[in-house]
Design a binder for this molecule. Structure first.
Ligand SMILES: [Zn+2]
Length: 291
């Protein structure tokens, strides 16, 4: 059963599979992320309505379905305005782009499940001018096309999917990433950020963020090392994905294959830019090899 927990004078969060932030100003409130679907939206709306609050705005850290899926229901029920950073606002409006970019072509019905493709919702681009007094954001790109963290006047940070806890890293081994270089620089920025409480979307709250940032960066460096070892001999992307799944004991299903596939391609781009890996052709096959 979800509950609303107070973190500061104006700051609350609702414990869901995706933690939902609630920032209160007067009789109004805004959410930071919304959750996966209508059912989560109903729970969230009941909890804030029971506190006598009116939902005015939703601020998304990024576009992924487990953060944006409940927006359509909440907007329909309350007339609230939804905001997301940069191009993520367009992905919330046209969510078929999410499975399309994951798969690299027209996605089948299985690839368009609610866990990947949120219900379409009108969404505006986030800017400083639309924030309620006391709320601010900073860019922490890398996990999605764009991503932001929000800080409330109580110095509580909602940091989206910038970090996973050690248990999650050990279980999934290759957390989804879009831009490895941007992710590493975001971890560096986040590590030195002042705050009283940090709320990751899928892990327990922490008072100190430095350790999580360092553990997540260490995981990226380890994945790079493994990929370079697997590319000692020229290897195709599909062979690399298969070997990564085997190496880390990751159970395969369609969504997982897509997530690992896009992340592996992002690692190859990162290592190519660092001139540690390059692509070669074997007949008509594109292969990847350590330099
Ligand atoms: Zn995400």
């Amino acid at each position: 059963m979800s509950e609303i927990h107070q973190l500061g004078e104006h700051t609350f969060y609702i414990d869901q599979t995706t933690n939902v932030g609630v920032y209160v100003y007067g009789k109004n409130c805004c959410l930071i992320d919304a959750g996966l679907d209508k059912s989560i939206g109903e729970t969230v709306l009941k909890l804030i309505t029971d506190k006598g609050l009116k939902l005015e705005k939703i601020f998304l850290t990024h576009s992924h379905a487990d953060h944006a899926g409940a927006c359509a229901y909440l907007k329909e029920q309350t007339g609230c305005t939804v905001y997301a950073p940069g191009v993520c606002a367009q992905l919330v409006r046209y969510p078929y782009l999410i499975p399309t970019t994951l798969y690299g072509g027209f996605p089948s019905a299985r690839m368009r499940s609610k866990f990947v493709m949120p219900e379409a919702c009108e969404c505006e681009e986030l800017s400083e001018s639309v924030l309620p007094k006391g709320l601010s954001f900073m860019h922490i790109d890398g996990h999605d096309f764009e991503q932001v963290a929000f800080c409330t006047s109580d110095m509580v940070w909602f940091i989206g999917d910038a970090v996973s806890d050690k248990t999650t890293i050990d279980r999934y081994r290759i957390p989804f990433l879009y831009d490895i270089k941007a992710h590493l620089s975001s971890l560096e920025r986040l590590k030195n950020t002042e705050g009283k409480i940090f709320v990751p979307s899928h892990s327990a709250l922490v008072n100190e963020i430095k350790t999580l940032c360092e553990e997540n960066a260490a995981d990226v460096f380890e994945v790079c090392t493994v990929i370079k070892r697997l590319c000692q001999n020229a290897i195709s992307i599909d062979e690399l994905i298969a070997k990564l799944l085997g190496e880390f004991g990751i159970k395969l299903y369609v969504m997982q294959y897509e997530l690992i596939g896009e992340t592996a391609r992002s690692y190859l781009s990162y290592l190519t830019e660092k001139r540690e890996i390059s692509c070669v052709f074997d007949g008509n096959k594109l292969l990847w090899k350590i330099i």
